[in-house]
Ligand binder design. Structure first.
Ligand SMILES: Cc1cc2nc3c(=O)[nH]c(=O)nc-3n(C[C@H](O)[C@H](O)[C@H](O)COP(=O)(O)OP(=O)(O)OC[C@H]3O[C@@H](n4cnc5c(N)ncnc54)[C@H](O)[C@@H]3O)c2cc1C
Length: 379
């Protein structure tokens, strides 16, 4: 391929991060997305809890989440036929010994979300009547937290990117990256592809890709999180219950697809892989949920695990590498990569083409310096 036929950007990974960046970048640049699996979304994107909450995560995460709300609420025409957000509400619950944690949840949530409410134990029980009587001493409600249709959002980004002229290739694992004469030569599936810049959106594998490119890793740690889907209580209309999250995040649960989804909120560090749930974590999930509720979890319909990948400060890494030309990071989305995707994709595209953070996102508090890979120090 000659240099004039080179791609402007090759994006490695077609999960939510790569798909959202492709969607926004392809409006003004020639983009190719390379995905190692047959199915984009096979890894973390397809395994999330699908909750949108603006009271979750640190300040940069909250800014990115709030900045995504407008897109998620009213995506552009032809983006998706189904709504991405539907009402749910999130209720933090705490026992008597967790009242301090609930105070913190309320104080920190209220800094960013005006509608946060404190609830008494009785009000908590009224909203989720299967909690053991007397279990929850109090609660904190984020009424505007939402369920997300992750597939609708992901497919919307991929379809939109294709409409803009981006190419998306599956079964294309990148296994080599070299830079010469100001261009990247990318090896994938026996092919050699030329690009002016590479976007590292490989999820749990972002540090592996960095090493391939000769860039210094950012210390990304993939952490396993387990989820189970189980039968809801017979005779109860539970579809409209809010999600419940333990005040110390030791478990959470919410209605999903006519059943209930639960998680022990585990965070086990692992090497990047096709992670599977461990029996012990499933047992812990069942135990914690049964201690807090009168539910008897007899049948698990499905269990799964996914990798949430974090750097030390738990803030995503978005921007050009300070030591390797044309190498752009879009990593460390942790447990927030779906709810932040519209902002993160836009910021990534803007920074990659040399613009600053869009003004409307700046107004939410999104700052390039918070996200920059330069915060880890130069080579
Ligand atoms: C149990 C669980 C609950 C969660 N709940 C929520 C939630 O409620 N709300 C929320 O916003 N987020 C949630 N998350 C987090 C969210 O799912 C992630 O932040 C997000 O999916 C990360 O997207 P990604 O594109 O970075 O990663 P991925 O989806 O993993 O995509 C990375 C892609 O890169 C590809 N790749 C890797 N190496 C190569 C290579 N060499 N060549 C080509 N392709 C490659 C992979 O195959 C993969 O498809 C949750 C996650 C888990 C596991």
């Amino acid at each position: 391929m000659t240099q004039d036929r080179a791609f402007d950007f090759v994006i490695i990974g077609a999960g939510m991060a790569g798909a959202s960046a492709a969607y926004f970048l392809s409006r003004s640049a020639r983009v190719l997305v390379l995905e190692m699996e047959a199915q984009p979304g096979y890894h973390t994107t397809g395994r999330s809890a699908a909750l949108y909450t603006e009271a979750y995560g640190n300040a940069p995460i909250r800014a990115l989440t709030s900045g995504s709300r407008e897109f998620l609420t009213g995506p552009p025409d032809a983006f998706t036929e189904t709504p991405v957000l539907t009402p749910r509400g999130v209720m933090f619950i705490g026992r008597e010994d967790q009242l301090g944690s609930l105070d913190e949840a309320f104080a920190s949530g209220s800094e960013h979300v005006d509608s946060m409410q404190r609830l008494t134990g009785a009000e908590v029980l009224e909203r989720v009547p299967v909690l053991r009587p007397g279990y929850a001493a109090a609660g904190v409600l984020e009424p505007e937290a939402m369920d997300m249709d992750v597939n609708a959002l992901h497919q919307g980004f991929l379809r939109g990117a294709k409409r803009n002229g981006a190419e998306i290739r599956s079964n294309a694992p990148v296994d080599g990256l070299n830079r010469s004469n100001g261009m990247w030569n990318i090896h994938a599936n026996g092919e050699q592809i030329l690009a002016k810049a590479v976007i590292n959106a490989a999820g749990a594998w972002c540090d592996v890709i960095a090493q391939m490119a000769g860039a210094r890793p950012v210390g990304l740690i993939p952490k396993r999180r387990t989820a189970i889907l189980f039968d809801g209580p017979e005779g109860e209309a539970f579809a409209d219950w809010p999600a419940i999250i333990d005040a110390d995040e030791e478990f959470y649960a919410r209605p999903e697809s006519g059943a209930l989804m639960g998680s022990p909120a585990d965070e086990t560090p692992m090497a990047p892989c096709d992670v599977q749930p461990e029996e012990l974590d499933i047992a812990i999930a069942v135990d914690r949920l049964q201690q807090a509720t009168t539910l008897e979890i007899r049948r698990i319909i499905r269990s799964w695990a996914g990798l949430r990948s974090f750097v030390a400060d738990k803030t995503p890494v978005v921007g050009f590498d300070p030591g390797v030309d044309g190498f752009f990071w879009l990593a460390g989305q942790g447990g927030y990569g779906i709810q932040t995707a519209p902002s993160m994709g836009r910021v990534a595209a803007a920074l990659a083409i040399g613009d600053g953070v869009p003004d409307d996102l700046k107004a939410f508090g999104v700052a390039a310096a918070d996200l920059s890979p330069s915060r880890f120090g130069q080579l």
